[in-house]
Design a protein around this ligand. Structure first.
Ligand code: CA
Length: 236
């Protein structure tokens, strides 16, 4: 077994999207326990305390979900929501509204929020809403069998070691991991990674698979004869 081999039992899970959440809340009495609760659930959490910083961090392509207080200093949450929605149509936005602002919640949905929750809320209820938003969110990261791929950052890791990949190797790896456990056909890979449908030689594809294997270890990308390739999602 080489040191690149995946330890037995190390990859039972199907690809698990890891989500980066931005929490924008100026009240520390809410922000502190909430970010602790979110981190306990396994989310990657960043926090901001005012509108302009929230807007700036909301443009981070690795952020998939924003929990946004409506009453924020310098730029109110509804305006932040409107501007983020215009820039990032698929971002999930969950608004936090004070009871007195309930009327604004409707404006919030008009401003492009996906959901809102009124303060005071129970942590368990908010976490349930976040889980549901997370299911709709685009993952910022894909993972299978000890390999993690950051979609926006275009960085890939085997366990904790960063992999040095060419752009096409990265695209190929991300495409395979997105369907971990399933066969991805040669035609599909040529179309999605090389934007080509050429029917002739697929030597380029085979060459890239071979380069990836030399970096990941031989056992993660399985050749399915006559069809294509499958990225492992569990030990075999
Ligand atoms: Ca506030």
């Amino acid at each position: 077994m080489s040191d690149l081999a995946v330890p037995a039992g190390g990859c039972q899970h199907h690809h698990v999207p890891l989500l980066r959440i931005l929490l924008v809340e100026d009240d520390d009495a809410i922000s502190a326990p909430l970010s602790r609760g979110l981190r306990r659930e396994g989310y990657d959490v960043i926090t901001e305390r005012d509108g302009p910083s929230g807007l700036r961090s909301g443009h981070d392509p690795q952020v998939s979900l924003v929990i946004l207080d409506v009453g924020l200093p310098h730029l109110d949450g509804l305006e932040v929501c409107r501007r983020l929605r215009a820039a990032r149509p698929r971002l999930q936005i969950l608004l936090l509204t004070a009871l007195a602002e309930e009327v604004h919640a409707v404006d919030g949905l008009d401003a492009g929020a996906d959901d809102y929750i009124a303060k005071p809320f129970r942590l368990a209820e908010l976490l349930a809403r976040v889980r549901s938003a997370a299911r709709r969110a685009e993952p910022s990261e894909l993972a299978a069998c000890g390999v993690r791929v950051g979609i926006a950052s275009r960085r890939a890791f085997l366990h904790d070691r960063e992999l040095a990949l060419s752009p096409k190797e990265f695209d190929l790896l991300a495409r395979l991991i997105a369907d971990a456990g399933k066969v991805v056909t040669r035609e599909r890979l040529l179309r999605d990674v090389w934007q080509t449908s050429w029917q002739g030689s697929t030597r380029t594809l085979d060459q890239h698979v071979s380069w990836l294997r030399s970096k990941l270890g031989d056992d993660l990308i399985v050749t399915v004869r006559g069809k294509g390739f499958r990225f492992r999602d569990h030990p075999e």
